[in-house]
Design a protein around this ligand. Structure first.
Ligand code: SF4
Ligand code: SF4
Ligand code: SF4
Ligand code: FES
Length: 676
């Protein structure tokens, strides 16, 4: 058991009774004294400790006196034991802490009043105020380090570093990336990336976890630097719309602008960690904003009023209601569930259009949803990734998308868990995988069946699949996948011997739109105990933030014009692929509601400027069925309207009333995961 690890991991049955400052405190066995004190509302000064990182015991600021022990001892690495009597605030301890801080301040550049994070953001400075330090009793002097400014999102200034190693631990324990370490020794010790290369040239995947945990100004966020002090910020909890993982975020807002995004330490999926997209995309947006409705007049798009734009759309679309080939409609899967549901109701139910889908066209979800119609809830929860000893990743590059899902198991690779990566193409996961299988294109089904057959032949099935053609399957797999028998056998053995295996699959599988593939993966999962009565470690990544909601609403068909007279695209702040943009552009009449200019808005006959993710509220259903609310963080520009509001207005103009019960709408179809 890891002492002082995140509270979720502390699962000791026995409680231990201790006394802190005369107060009786009980804490689970294995908890550290520091954490036990915090649970009881007693704060012990600390710097290197972080409740989401394993204890390090480097700064000594958290020292306490323990009855019977000769010297003060660091509470962040000291496990509680029955009858312990602890003092945290004696005069001797206060003097020692002051001395420890004096040493920290004397080493390197901590002229805090001039540091940009001073004024509330710096834990070192706050510790100094708390210990009532008034000056530096020891003359500062330090080796000067070169500041690393090579990274696009943050600066590393070793001159301000206190060597607490939170960043090193966050990179390894949270992101599973192991980029940072400490080089040199003693006073020359410094934080470096890889083999001391510039951060911008390193293996850093730009998740920003190191910056979020740094207690000083040694890691400085470039995107928010000088934009606000903590006291000027309003913090709003919300959900990231970067992908279907659905990470919880804390958004710092000032003057109708997002200053900074941090991972929510209480987030049920991500527990504080974010990826580059979640943390930085919303604050580094460079696309040109649409701020007024546009209408094509004599071949060019001209600014018009909302009245003119919506009247024109109504005039064109209303006569097409009831005609299956009248209006084809596409929505972004980044839109809230409320908007997606209204969109479906308008075009599928009220207009009776036969082509109402999403811009993902069901690529990440259609086959999964079809299979779920017969096997509802066949997929599990993302949490299984945390405690898995073997992960089979198939057609899912979590280094490229859904990165936080990858963090959940990559962080355990150094502890000996196995990763088998199956991807016919280039995959950066291959470098860290125990086994990288590269089947020929289109051979996934025979590969999965081959794995099942080897497991059966070796007598390793936890649940028998009663395969009758074992040898024929194996031969076929070897022949058609191009994977040698010894490798196939090794992969099957690793998977079958796992205690808590997880299988995650992504677009490489789902894009084939083959329900049988999903069924065989499910069978494999059952065969190796990945899915049984106690746990379910089978999961597909889905796509964008509301991919699952769109699929549950049936918005998962391929898009192909079939004599349609008009196309309506509710794009919001999303991007559209070039292939889809080309197909959509062939529409005789094109309406696009979008937040930003793009190739598709250029081709439109009417463009309706709408809110972005941060300017509207609404619900998202993440990849494992959690329903989360995204808050409205900002007011949109003056003539920009809410996505849902535009659809409702349009419907009203045509005397239609849209169904607002989105919860009911998304539950009408069986889901691959349990919604909660
Ligand atoms: S940004 Fe993430 S990957 Fe890069 S060094 Fe920091 S923690 Fe490591
Ligand atoms: S850079 Fe920040 S988090 Fe990393 S060791 Fe230095 S002070 Fe600690
Ligand atoms: S993994 Fe997805 S939801 Fe999480 S921070 Fe990244 S983009 Fe956002
Ligand atoms: S907080 Fe305990 S040693 Fe740093």
């Amino acid at each position: 058991m890891i002492i002082g690890s995140p509270t979720e991991r502390i699962k000791e049955e026995r409680m231990v009774e201790i006394t802190i400052n005369g107060k009786k405190v009980s804490a689970p066995k294995g908890t550290t004294v520091l954490r036990a004190a915090e649970m009881a509302g007693i704060q012990i000064p600390k710097l290197c400790d972080h409740k989401h990182l394993a204890p390090y015991g480097g700064c000594r600021l958290c020292i306490v006196e323990v009855k019977g022990m000769r010297v003060p001892i660091a509470s962040c690495t000291l496990p509680v034991s029955d009858g312990m009597e602890i003092e945290t605030e004696t005069e001797a301890l206060k003097q020692s802490r002051k001395f420890i801080l004096s040493m920290l301040f004397s080493d390197r550049n901590h002229f805090c009043p001039f540091c940009q994070v001073s004024g509330g953001d710096c834990e070192l400075q706050n510790a100094a105020y708390h210990e009532e330090m008034t000056h530096w009793p020891i003359q500062p002097g330090w080796n000067h380090f070169i500041t690393d400014t090579s990274h696009p999102y943050f600066i590393l200034d070793n001159n301000r570093c206190i060597l607490c190693r939170r960043c090193v631990r966050a990179c390894a324990e949270m992101a599973g990336n192991f980029t940072l370490s400490v080089a040199e020794r003693g006073a020359s010790s410094m934080i470096v990336a890889d083999t001391n290369v510039p951060l911008g040239d390193s293996t850093c995947i730009k998740c920003g976890s190191c910056v979020q945990v740094c207690p000083t100004g040694a890691l400085i966020d470039r995107t928010s630097a000088y934009q606000a002090k903590d006291e000027q910020l309003t913090e709003i909890k919300s959900v990231c719309a970067g992908c279907s993982v659905g990470c919880s975020v804390n958004i710092m807002v000032r003057d109708n602008r997002i200053v900074r995004i941090e991972g929510d330490w209480d987030g049920d999926v991500n527990h504080g960690v974010l990826c580059e997209h979640g943390r930085y995309d919303p604050v580094t947006e460079t696309r040109t904003r649409l701020t007024t409705p546009l209408m094509r007049v004599n071949g060019t798009l001209q600014p018009v009023s909302w009245e003119e734009a919506l009247s024109a759309v109504q005039e064109k679309l209303q006569p097409l209601a009831g005609n299956k080939h009248g209006v084809a409609a596409l929505a972004s899967t980044r839109l809230p569930a409320e908007t997606l549901s209204a969109f479906k109701d308008l075009f599928q139910n009220k207009f009776d259009s036969e082509l109402v889908t999403s811009i993902e066209e069901g690529v990440p979800t259609a086959a999964v949803s079809k299979y779920a119609e017969k096997h509802a809830g066949f997929e599990g929860k993302i949490d299984t990734l945390r405690n898995s000893d073997t992960v089979l990743c198939i057609g899912a590059n979590v280094n490229r998308s859904h990165m936080v899902a990858g963090f959940l198991f990559k962080r355990n690779l150094s502890k000996g868990i196995h990763l088998i990566n199956i991807d016919p193409g280039e995959s950066s996961l291959d470098e860290i995988a125990h086994m990288a299988l590269k089947p020929n294109n289109g051979a996934d089904l025979v590969l999965i069946r081959g794995l099942q057959a080897v497991i059966a032949k070796e007598g390793l099935e936890r649940k028998s699949l009663n395969i009758t053609d074992v040898d024929a399957r194996i031969q076929k797999a070897v022949k058609e996948t191009g994977i040698p028998l010894d490798k196939l056998t090794q992969a099957a053995q690793i998977l079958a011997h796992a205690v808590s295996p997880v299988i995650i699959y992504g677009k490489g599988i789902t894009a084939q739109r083959d329900e049988t593939l999903i069924e065989e993966l499910h069978q494999l999962a059952v065969q190796v105990g990945c899915v049984d009565e106690e746990r379910n470690g089978l999961l597909s990544l889905k796509g964008e933030a509301n991919s699952l909601a769109a699929a549950l609403l049936g918005l998962d068909e391929s898009f192909e014009l079939n004599g349609h007279k008009a196309v309506y695209v509710a794009l919001g702040d999303d991007h559209v692929s070039r292939s889809l943009a080309e197909r959509v552009s062939k529409a005789p009449y094109l309406v696009v509601q979008a937040s930003y200019e793009s190739g598709i808005t250029e081709k439109a006959d009417v463009v309706l400027p709408v809110s972005t993710w941060s300017e509207q509220e609404g619900h998202y259903i993440n990849l494992d069925g959690r329903i989360k609310k995204a808050e409205k963080l900002l007011s949109p520009p003056e003539h920009v309207r809410d996505n849902l509001d535009v659809l409702t207005d349009l419907a009203k103009r045509m005397s239609l009333t849209l169904d607002t019960d989105w919860q009911n709408a998304v539950r009408a179809r069986k889901a691959s995961v349990t919604l909660n």
